[in-house]
Design a protein around this ligand. Structure first.
Ligand code: ARG
Length: 291
């Protein structure tokens, strides 16, 4: 019997870095309109279970040593729990959101107001963009989705406001309407090449080539990994929080040295969301201490 050596990647030691997150309370979460193919107001949301699922994610972040800011959800804004859509914060600069749909439009001002109360100016966008729904920071470049929600003009605006290079990617499958439904940055350390996972079929042929060129060692998700929104995951460089159905994807990231944490997101998924959608990352941001 020959003993096969472990692939080099499996030996890589993954290092978690402390993160600063923002989450919005799920108090008013519901599915009352349809703005993506996951949503069906005829399928009831279990509000208590949704609340428990949100709390589990928050407590997991705290147990991993991360900081979590909590913004109150607003009545009449059932998707406001998806905090990732409200601003993009990179190296201390906050670029605001401008939602595609009227149903979600008021969320941007609520969250910008929360930042303002803590001494942070959110740069108001002129172009439609759903923030971290379509922007993913790799530590070096900002990957930017378009096709369903965020306008390509916002890619240029983000580059100007944030002062980081932006790479535009075209989304082609309406089930994967935001970049963060089909791509996750697993390792965003600035001093080495980023590790990402993505579902190729969600991208146009040209964007698939761009991704293959930028990330030749990416973890490639399959249709089943994507269909449970397994890529809507959050990584701290070592720990990866993802939907519990995404067992194949979890195994693949574990082979690369990451530690998967499987969570139940059944209720959030009824609105087309998962762990990443409910999590905004505050990169390099200093908030005024109000205590
Ligand atoms: N129902 C919400 C919408 O369609 C879900 C947003 C999920 N957020 C995300 N970052 N992908 O806008």
């Amino acid at each position: 019997m020959t003993v096969l050596p472990l692939p080099a990647a499996a030996l890589a030691s993954r290092v978690a870095t402390a993160r600063h997150f923002l989450m919005t309370t799920p108090t008013h979460f519901d599915v009352t309109y349809v703005i993506n193919p996951w949503m069906d107001p005829g399928q009831p949301v279990d509000a208590v279970l949704a609340g428990a699922q949100w709390s589990t994610i928050r407590e997991l972040y705290l147990s991993l040593g991360h900081r979590v800011e909590v913004v109150d959800g607003e009545p009449g804004l059932p998707d406001m729990v998806f905090a990732a859509n409200a601003a993009t914060v990179v190296e201390g600069t906050a670029y605001g959101a401008r939602f595609r749909t009227p149903q979600r439009a008021p969320e941007a001002a609520h969250v910008a107001g929360w930042f303002a109360e803590r001494g942070v100016r959110v740069v108001a966008p002129t172009a439609v963009n759903e923030a971290e729904g379509d922007f993913a920071w790799t530590g070096e470049v900002l990957l930017a989705g378009t096709g369903f929600r965020t306008d390509p003009g916002a890619h240029a605006e983000a580059q100007e406001v944030l002062g980081v290079p932006v790479v535009s990617l075209h989304l082609v499958d309406p089930r994967y309407y935001h970049l963060d439904t089909c791509l996750v940055v697993l390792d965003d350390a600035a001093d080495r090449a980023a590790t990402v996972a993505y579902y190729p079929a969600a991208f146009s042929p040209g964007s698939q080539k761009v991704l293959a060129r930028l990330f030749p060692d990416a973890v490639l998700a399959d249709a089943a990994d994507a269909a449970c929104l397994g890529l809507n995951a959050v990584s701290d460089g070592r720990n990866v929080v993802l939907a519990q159905e995404a067992t194949r994807l979890a195994d693949l990231v574990a082979e690369r040295g990451f530690v998967p944490h499987l969570v139940d997101v059944s209720e959030l998924r009824k609105a087309g969301g998962g762990p990443k959608c409910v999590t905004m990352e505050l990169r390099g941001l200093q908030l005024d201490d109000r205590s």
